[in-house]
Design a binder for this molecule. Structure first.
Ligand code: PBG
Length: 326
């Protein structure tokens, strides 16, 4: 070796040096826990394809959220499963709909000590399982769906939600929701846009948890095709122009390039959704003893941060927060 000798390993020698030289950190503040709440059940129901995840009762949801707040997790995102589904998804914006009740309960319990977000979509509430209203010819009616999304967002805001997160990938959804919130005196309610949401096979376990698999067809007519990266920039620019406060890429690990490109092009807070299938794969391999589940989860979440995400929606939120608090 020539002088001065190149020694990359100098800063890797001790745990303290490695801590000091770390370029990316994962903190409890970076985590948002997705939670499912189901109407009309007496006990929490396990989601078989997502070990450790349950469909909550209102009571078990409140207990889970208290535990998350105690662990320092700053936010949750709620998904509701109604007792009855119909073509319009009327449970989604009912004042006494399952998510609206849950939001009110959590506001009572934790006040402003937690960011309460809610998914604003129809698929959990429609009998056909699509994210929009279905026309007679089987197509999704974009503009009629926007009125439904606007009404859902206002119902969630009336209940006290901090952030609404439209996930249906209809054109114009962010603008329609922003206008409706402002007109209903909810100018302070923020929008987390699922800006680049891909038509992914990794949502399978979520559809078990939320009981929302499409009854015909698929979501490729509205969610993005996995090979398109440049399109994510266009989609996100539209959302930002329509008033998004925060933007998101979903899923996360197979789309780290998209996260990195949005990070370099936009300055808004950037989220990534580490989705149900990503969680299920780690859990399944760990249950077989094939990988160290905690270590892989930490590495995956760190990689999502390294790609440029500011915060991560992940079913690992509680476990990781427990590890970090230990
Ligand atoms: C739609 C929605 C889905 C997810 C979040 N919001 C399902 C879908 O688009 O089919 C998936 C999240 C996950 O897989 O963890 N309301």
């Amino acid at each position: 070796m020539s002088y001065p000798e190149i020694r990359s390993r100098r800063l890797r020698r001790t745990p303290a040096l490695r801590r000091l030289a770390a370029q990316t950190r994962l903190h409890v503040d970076d985590l948002v826990a997705p939670l499912f709440v189901k109407e009309g059940i007496r006990d929490p129901e396990p989601v078989v394809s997502m070990p450790g995840v349950v469909q909550h009762t209102h009571a078990s949801l409140r207990a889970e959220v208290r535990a998350l707040v105690d662990l320092g997790v700053p936010g949750v995102i709620l998904f509701g499963i109604p007792e009855r589904k119909d073509a319009e998804g009327s449970g989604a914006d009912a004042a006494d709909g399952v998510v609206q009740v849950a939001i009110r309960n959590l506001r009572d319990d934790v006040g402003d000590g937690l960011v309460v977000m809610a998914d604003a979509c129809l698929d959990e509430y429609t009998d056909h399982g699509h994210c929009g209203l279905v026309r007679d010819d089987g197509e999704i009616d974009n503009d009629a769906t926007l009125d439904r999304y606007a009404s859902i967002a206002v119902a969630q805001a009336d209940a006290g939600v901090d952030v609404v997160a439209p996930s249906g990938m209809m054109d114009g959804q962010v603008g329609a929701i922003r206008r409706a919130l402002d007109a209903a005196a909810h100018a302070d309610t923020a929008i987390l846009a699922y800006s680049a949401k891909y038509a992914s096979a990794l949502y399978g376990p979520f559809r078990d948890a939320a009981e929302c698999a499409p009854q015909f067809g698929d979501r490729r007519g509205y969610q993005m095709q996995p090979g398109n990266a440049r399109e994510a920039l266009d989609e996100t620019a539209l959302d930002v122009g329509e008033g998004a406060d925060m933007i998101m890429v979903k899923p996360a690990l197979a789309y780290l390039d998209v996260i990195a490109s949005l990070r370099s092009s936009f300055d808004l807070p950037l989220a990534a959704y580490h989705v149900s299938g990503e969680y299920a794969m780690v859990k399944a391999a760990a249950a077989n003893g094939w990988i160290d589940g905690d270590a892989v989860a930490l590495e995956h979440l760190l990689a999502i941060r390294r790609a440029g995400a500011d915060f991560i929606l992940t079913y690992f939120a509680r476990e990781i927060a427990e590890l970090m608090n230990a």
